[in-house]
Design a protein around this ligand. Structure first.
Ligand code: AMP
Length: 179
């Protein structure tokens, strides 16, 4: 199985996307690589299994790619945490601050049961704003959210630290310096 160090070589970095100064860490090249995608899912699934995940939640859109694959590998259900206006049922939602403006996540309040150990999976943690909002929303629905797993950490942006302060343990497969 490819190691996290080898997987890091499969991430494509695109400077100044979507705006000047941002180093965009593109996972297209990782998920398009057979052994690379399989290994990244395996590494995250192994960790999710060891912490007793009862369900996997992922955020739209790139969290769906890894989260759903991890859930299927572990024979667990997948909880989609969605952008606003996408779900057909009565939803619960949370607004959260971005660098410019606000965003919103929504979910089906019936998607988790009380005390269920739900593990969050996403491609990348930057400021942690998205993952923190997802954790709060899942907790509002009754889930126990103690762990979040990511392919990539941008530690200089402090997101993992922010999640740990909210009682969510963070593990990632690789780190990139800067933003
Ligand atoms: P954040 O809420 O700041 O932790 O970032 C949320 C999402 O934005 C992540 O899940 C990524 O999908 C995306 N994102 C933020 N920064 C980057 C980056 N430098 N490269 C690629 N995606 C990013």
């Amino acid at each position: 199985m490819m190691s996290p160090e080898e997987l890091k070589q499969l991430i494509r970095t695109i400077p100044d996307f979507p705006s000047a100064g941002i180093q965009f860490r593109d996972i297209t090249t990782l998920i398009g690589h057979r052994a690379g995608f399989a290994a990244s899912v395996r590494h995250i699934a192994d960790r999710a299994r060891s912490i007793g995940a009862q369900s996997i939640a992922g955020m739209e859109a790139r969290g769906f790619i890894f989260g759903a694959a991890v859930a299927a590998k572990l024979d667990l259900g997948f909880v989609p945490v969605r952008k606003p206006g996408k779900l057909p049922m009565e939803v619960i939602g949370i607004d959260y601050a971005l660098e410019y403006g606000t965003d919103r996540l929504e979910m089906d309040p019936g998607a988790v049961s009380a005390g269920e150990n739900v593990v969050i999976v996403d491609d990348l943690i930057a400021t942690g704003g998205t993952a923190l909002a997802a954790a709060e929303l899942l907790r509002q629905a009754g889930a126990k959210v103690d762990h979040a797993l990511f392919v990539i950490d941008l530690p200089d942006l402090g997101g993992a630290q922010k999640l740990r302060e909210a009682g969510v343990d963070v593990r990632t497969l690789m780190e990139f310096e800067g933003d």
